[in-house]
Design a protein around this ligand. Structure first.
Ligand code: GLC
Ligand code: CA
Length: 583
């Protein structure tokens, strides 16, 4: 039922249970921070080689100050053969010449801090590149050597060791084991790689691996970084004995990609290489290192695709990480009841350990939400979209994406934005296959399209070569024709543009301290509506209404609209629209 007459204030009430209490006064920055993810190779190219770089980022940091974010997270820029776009690290203490130098990193840090923007870097502890000095040493040293013990080498099975040690598959497709050729030319041992062949997994039971990463943390903390986003945080520890696993290995998200109304799959930790209890001792040790740097806090944010939420929040217990991405929210279908349920459950689970919830709708691994929400169904998350697949309704997707973001940014906790979403950028869904670089595409023989579609270089200036991404025409992935219309220069200062909407949302969120507010569910506005109140001591209460139904929703009398994701219709909230109102 949807109201068509304006409900009297008395008819609109808050549900008996407030969902979440206001944060303590003076809460540390990360509990409510909005953090913008930069994918360095695709943000801004300073030298025209078609690949974004650190000087390019530094030159455009004022754009982010104007947007109003608190921090940036940079995906990896370390020396790397780029087999997985830099998530295959060959040296954890340097910058790849492709992206610049350590001196460029220092300049970036300094400039960001001058502008009041904190900098979080990406740490990839589950695996290194096969070109890392330790792995090269392990290959050279041979079976049984101390060098091999830092990775997961095993003898093969079968009469001649010609079969892999167990049946695990790689997240990117194909088996998770590769057999090496020993120094004498004979077929040798196998090593484990949950991802690409060029990403051997470390053995995190080895004390040298632990000591090395604590030293890497210090290296970057000493240079002034404000924190780390921790890649595949749920994968470091493998079940002893490496038992076979009956299920396929998926792009991390298998366990959060269920139908929200129906069965719950096995918990993630049933898989012998995900969410094993031993990971937590690693993060407790890291927390001690970070805490030793004092105030303001330096942070750890877990990329942990873990179900159920009761297990996921273990990563953010008070002596472990500060944040963990809430991928459950990202995977929730576009239905009011499902969204309300995810929001309430997320806040309650993170509250159970005293942590903030960390909301996210898009990143470099998933289909952009402006496209995802325009697909014929939002019940399950697409894993890449190619020219041969059903195509999104771009207008619908953008309208919903704006509503979804406005909902997200009204919620207490921290939130991550992915570069380009502030432009309403759609996924590239018809990229010719010859451009694809994601190892998933190759390793699955094209069965999985992969993640290139969300990694296309940013459009800054319509009509300029490479849309202003670099000084020349080169861009490492082709930019779709339509991207020109989304370029920054087309949106700055244009009322109603997605960029201006994001700026307003961030400004109001900040001014009203929504990130530290309390949250309660509001009833009486209809069934297809997410209705919440975000409140805090000494300021106006903010009513948040997202209409997912077919008819318009009237706001309670007296409610004064502050921001709307799409224009209102005679004061009422139209379909696929979020409003924030003082009430
Ligand atoms: C994480 C990264 C992803 C990468 C994978 C392996 O999921 O976000 O981009 O491919 O880890 O490092
Ligand atoms: Ca460049």
């Amino acid at each position: 039922m949807t109201f068509t007459v304006q409900p009297a204030l008395a008819e609109v009430r808050e549900a008996a249970d407030p969902v979440h209490a206001e944060d303590r006064p003076g809460a540390p920055w990360w509990r409510s921070a909005v953090i913008y993810q930069i994918y360095p190779r695709s943000w801004a190219d300073s030298n025209g080689d078609g690949i974004g770089d650190l000087p390019g980022i530094t030159a455009r940091l004022s754009y982010l100050r104007d947007l109003g974010v608190d921090a940036v997270w940079l995906s990896p820029f370390y020396p790397s053969p780029q087999a997985d776009a830099g998530y295959d690290v060959a040296d954890y203490r340097d910058v790849d010449p492709l992206f610049g130098s350590l001196a460029d990193a220092d300049v970036l840090l300094r400039r960001a801090h001058e502008l009041g923007i904190k900098v979080v870097v990406d740490l990839v502890p589950n695996h290194s590149s096969d070109e890392h000095a330790w792995f090269q040493a392990a290959l050279a040293a041979g079976p049984g050597s101390p060098e091999r013990a830092r990775y997961i080498f095993r003898d093969g099975t079968g009469p001649h060791g010609e079969l892999p040690p167990n049946n695990w598959n790689s997240v990117f497709g194909g088996r998770a084991w590769t057999r090496v050729t020993e120094a004498d030319g004979s077929a040798g041992q196998w090593y484990l790689h949950l991802f690409d062949t060029k990403q051997p997994d470390f053995d995190w039971q080895h004390p040298e691996v632990r000591a090395e990463f604590e030293s890497v943390l210090r290296f970057w903390l000493d240079r002034g970084v404000d924190g780390f986003r921790v890649d595949v945080a749920h994968g470091l520890i493998k079940q002893p004995g490496l038992p076979d696993w009956h299920d396929r290995t998926t792009m991390l998200g298998a366990h959060v990609e269920h139908d929200h109304s129906e069965h719950r799959p096995e918990p993630t930790h049933a898989t012998p290489y995900w969410d094993q209890d031993g990971v937590h001792e690693v993060y407790r040790a890291w927390r001690t290192v970070l805490d030793s740097y004092g105030a303001p806090d330096r942070i750890l944010c877990a990329e942990a695709w873990v179900e159920p939420q009761e297990r996921a929040v273990r990563y953010v217990r008070s002596d472990e990480m500060h944040q963990a991405f809430n991928f459950d929210f990202l995977g929730t279908p576009w239905r009011a009841e499902a969204l309300t349920d995810t929001i309430a459950r997320s806040l309650r689970s993170s509250d159970s350990v005293g942590a903030p919830t960390t909301w996210v709708l898009s990143n470099h691994d998933v289909v952009r939400h402006a496209t995802r929400l325009g697909m014929p169904s939002t019940e399950s998350r697409p894993r890449g979209i190619g020219a041969g697949d059903a195509q999104p309704d771009r207008e619908l997707g953008l309208r919903r994406a704006r509503a979804a973001t406005a909902l997200m940014l009204a919620l207490p906790g921290s939130a991550y934005l992915y570069q380009g979403e502030e432009l309403g950028l759609p996924e590239s869904t018809d990229m010719p296959d010859e451009f694809r670089q994601d190892p998933t595409f190759r390793r699955t023989g094209g069965a999985e399209i992969g993640r290139d579609g969300c990694r296309v270089p940013m459009p800054w200036v319509k009509g300029a070569p490479s849309l202003g991404f670099g000084p020349g025409p080169l861009a490492w992935l082709p930019q779709p024709e339509v991207y020109g219309a989304y370029a920054v220069d087309q949106q700055v200062g244009v009322p109603g543009s997605t960029l201006e909407l994001y700026r307003s949302l961030l400004a109001v969120r900040h001014a009203h301290a929504l990130g530290t507010g309390s949250l309660s569910l509001v009833e009486g506005l209809g069934e297809d509506v997410v209705a919440l109140s975000n409140d805090g001591a000494g300021r106006d209460r903010v009513l948040v209404v997202t209409n997912l139904g077919k008819s318009v929703v009237e706001l309670p009398e007296g409610a004064e609209v502050v921001v709307a994701s799409s224009p209102l219709e005679a004061g009422a909230v139209p379909t696929d629209t979020t409003v924030w109102a003082r009430w």
